[in-house]
Design a protein. Structure first.
Length: 315
């Protein structure tokens, strides 16, 4: 190891020791700021949504949590990529700074807050949070992770946490499809969500490798935690991906935002919208069908779609 990398390791390990020494203060501070941000989202941001008065309190609470994840997710993902790039280019490992001060504290604090504030949780989400707490204890209290004598955090851990930050960012789509009045945007971002589905599969593989590494190192507590985390994460990922694969944007929009907005329209505006739609249909023979769809987005699908809501429970 070069002198510069030795200095980096010293700084990184010193940062870890500082975090461990003041971990309670750091955790309380993190929870305090989470409360501030969630309160701001619930009182200042969500009430400004066009469909706000139609949203149930439980949904508003979930939306505020998704907004918090959107705030933290890019920070975790971009900084994680930076640490990975630095390690590749320099060969120096400063993962402790990233894991303890950026990603780890963000994920654990948010999970603690969500567990307390939204109790009781559905079984799969509760299992995921419990395993998160167990892994955090393995790092912080029992210090059996990483499963090596030098306690060096591998690049795979940084990569995994970076991917979690990316998934938190992508999960903001749950806010979009529930609140947006722009159907083409909802459809486009659904495809984007599915494009990032392989990242979840990569994380499952990384968790499996971590559990195997713990078993080889004889760290059985970490092995059990990572094994159950793998199962919980795989199940939640399966439910999230299959829900989005089956999600019908047209049907959901018509049974939610479309219906809400129609009820809020006055008789004159509804009559004007009907006349506009009839006039548009009359012009269909004059232009190509493809052009009709682009000029009148969602017209053909919306007219022929059966009214049926789509439940998002189980995500």
């Amino acid at each position: 190891m070069s002198a510069s990398c030795s200095a980096v390791r010293l700084v990184s390990l010193s940062a870890r020791d500082l975090w461990l020494e003041y971990r309670l203060l750091i955790a309380i501070s993190a929870l305090f700021f989470i409360n501030l941000f969630l309160d701001y989202f619930q009182k200042k941001v969500i009430p400004r949504l066009a469909v706000y008065k139609h949203l149930e309190p439980e949904i508003c609470q979930e939306l505020s949590m998704r907004m918090l994840q959107l705030l933290l997710g890019p920070i975790v993902a971009i900084s994680g990529l930076g640490f990975l790039l630095y390690q590749v280019l320099s060969g120096c490992n400063a993962a402790e700074i990233y894991v303890y001060f950026i990603s780890g504290i963000s994920f654990v604090a948010v999970d603690i807050h969500e567990t307390v504030r939204r109790w009781p949780l559905r079984a799969s989400l509760l299992a995921h949070h419990v395993m998160t707490f167990a892994i955090a204890l393995a790092f912080v209290e029992f210090q059996v992770l990483p499963p090596n004598d030098e306690k060096i955090i591998a690049w795979t851990t940084t990569f995994f946490l970076t991917n979690i930050g990316l998934m938190w960012t992508v999960d903001f789509y749950h806010v979009i499809y529930r609140t947006s009045t722009n159907l083409p945007l909802i459809k486009m971002l659904r495809k984007t969500y599915l494009w990032f589905a392989p990242v979840r599969i990569i994380n499952i593989v990384l968790l499996m490798l971590g559990s195997i590494s713990s078993a080889i190192g004889g760290v059985w507590f970490a092995f059990v935690c990572l094994l159950f985390m793998t199962l919980a994460y795989a199940y939640n990922s399966y439910k999230a991906i299959t829900f989005m694969v089956r999600f019908d944007c047209d049907r959901y929009y018509k049974s939610h935002q479309g219906r809400w907005l129609t009820k809020e329209e006055g008789p004159e505006k509804r009559q004007e919208r009907r006349q506009s739609r009839v006039a548009s249909v009359l012009f269909i023979p004059l232009i190509g069908q493809d052009e009709t769809v682009s000029i009148l987005p969602g017209l053909r699908g919306d007219l022929d779609t059966t009214e049926r809501g789509v439940s998002s429970r189980g995500l």
